[in-house]
Design a protein around this ligand. Structure first.
Ligand code: SAH
Ligand code: SF4
Ligand code: F3S
Length: 439
């Protein structure tokens, strides 16, 4: 028996792509293992969204060196976003001469073939790299997917991003937007529901621009309708929405649909119009607040989460106060907060940067504020009954799952209930998570 181990970094897109990498390796005759030491093939599926991600990955790749020294037959592959940056594949081969394979973001389905090529080689091992030109990106269909996500299945609806927010590396490493064929997407979702998946999460860097590249009349709202028409008891979520593109139709359909959750991740990034403009986000604070009102009017129980960045070049204390005020005003269920990190090749990296100490101090204040709001919103659920999809058993006799609105709930129960919808009475809250009992 031969084994592979994949370390995944970055967003949900990468989590799902690791399932495709695994699919390709299973087809090549390998089995998954959680142990890096036992693995014959070690894969790093990388992210370069922030410097911290990249540093951590570099550290983890370096840690493989002694393993490879002890067993020369191990095959090491570095794949995904990080490798698509200019000069990066050369840098990786130079820094880590034991790396055998480097693959870009649209080449992951080929990993099984490349691993076989390395494994079959006699004498000097080939160095394989297949990092592609992102200006001619492809859509790869019919890849085997080795799903590991339990009750939830990820489904890509589109790849790439055209937005070029000035801080962001994604458009440079993922290429232009391309939408999958709607019939293929709907067919995939139908198949997954028939297989027993209870939740589908639709993935795209900007799901609201689904269809823009197709000229056949399909948009995200139409795709939602087609998916909502599938029979069965299941939930659908999607990410990520963009405040400049989300339509009234999408909001209204979320409210009236059978299967779509009342839950949305709507990254705001900043509360100051000056900063939003410098970020090239193409919406204002006022428009964002309008969308929040609109979502809550359509769905009073909607759970709203966001991403916020502090320390963008030129952000003044006043700008930052605008962000704090927006957070107070909106009252997000949860917020993912980031310190701005300059990325090579992006517009903002060339702007005048703010000292790290200032960014660090700001994010501290932001986190303190959001934590108190998260706790307060959680407290409001105590005493209510929520319908939960049982997703996992983190410990024997302890289950967890999420509500329609996206709240994480823990409650006692046995693992054979995973995949069921249960009603849970909430007894207590602990910051972002809730605790209760099945009724
Ligand atoms: N497509 C999504 C997610 C992109 S990456 C969107 O448009 O929102 C996820 C989050 O990482 C972003 O929302 C942003 O808050 C953060 N991020 C992106 N680039 C960053 C950078 N250079 N430094 C710090 N955080 C960044
Ligand atoms: Fe990056 Fe902006 Fe595209 Fe999101 S919308 S992936 S933040 S460029
Ligand atoms: Fe990271 Fe690539 Fe996702 S850079 S956040 S893994 S799209």
């Amino acid at each position: 028996m031969k084994f592979f181990n994949i370390q995944t970094f970055g967003c949900q897109m990468n989590v799902h792509e690791s399932e495709k990498i695994a699919g390709s390796l299973v087809e090549a005759g390998y089995q998954p293992t959680d142990s890096v030491a036992d693995a014959d093939v070690i894969v790093f599926n990388t992210c370069c969204i922030r410097d911290t991600a990249e540093k951590r990955i570099m550290g983890n790749i370096g840690a493989v060196k002694p393993l490879k020294k002890a067993d020369r037959s191990k095959i090491v592959a570095v794949v995904g976003c990080m490798t698509q940056q200019d000069g990066m594949k050369e840098a990786i081969f130079k820094k880590f001469p034991f790396v055998d394979i480097i693959l870009g973001t649209d080449r992951l389905d080929r990993i099984g073939d490349y691993v076989e090529r390395v494994a079959m080689s006699n004498g000097k091992r080939p160095k394989i790299d297949d990092v592609h030109n992102i200006d001619t990106p492809e859509i790869i269909e019919n890849t085997p997917i080795f799903r590991t996500s339990g009750t939830n299945a990820w489904v890509n609806i589109m790849y790439g991003c055209n937005n070029f927010c000035t801080y962001c590396i994604v458009p440079y490493v993922r290429g232009r937007e391309r939408s999958r064929d709607p019939e293929t997407v709907v067919g995939e979702v139908r198949g997954l529901i028939e297989e027993g998946y209870r939740e589908i999460t639709l993935l795209g860097q900007n799901v609201d621009s689904y269809g823009n590249d197709r000229q056949d009349g399909w948009n995200f709202a139409k795709l939602m309708r087609a998916i909502d028409g599938i029979d069965g008891k299941f939930r659908v979520r999607f990410m990520t929405s963009h405040p400049k593109d989300i339509s009234e139709e999408v909001i209204d359909f979320m409210a009236e649909s059978v299967h779509f959750c009342h839950n949305i991740h709507l990254p705001v990034q900043a509360g100051s119009n000056r900063v939003l403009q410098a970020m090239n986000r193409k919406y204002t604070r006022e428009h964002y607040l309008y969308l929040i009102d609109r979502l809550r009017a359509a769905m009073p129980d909607v759970g709203i989460t966001t991403d916020i960045m502090v320390g963008f070049p030129g952000e003044t204390e006043e700008d930052f106060q605008d962000t704090l005020r927006l957070v107070e005003q909106v009252r997000f269920s949860n917020a993912f907060t980031f310190i701005y990190s300059p990325r090579n090749g992006t517009v903002a990296a060339k702007m005048e940067q703010i000292p790290y100490a200032v960014k660090k101090e700001r994010i501290g204040r932001l986190i303190t504020l959001q934590n108190s709001i998260t706790k307060e919103i959680s407290d409001r659920y105590v005493g209510t009954i929520l319908e939960i999809l049982v997703e996992d058993a983190p410990k024997p006799d302890l289950l967890c799952g999420r509500s329609d609105s996206g709240r994480l709930v823990n409650f006692p129960g046995s693992a054979d209930r995973i995949g069921e919808f249960v009603r849970v009475r909430i007894d207590k809250s602990r910051s972002a998570s809730l605790w209760g009992e099945i009724v």
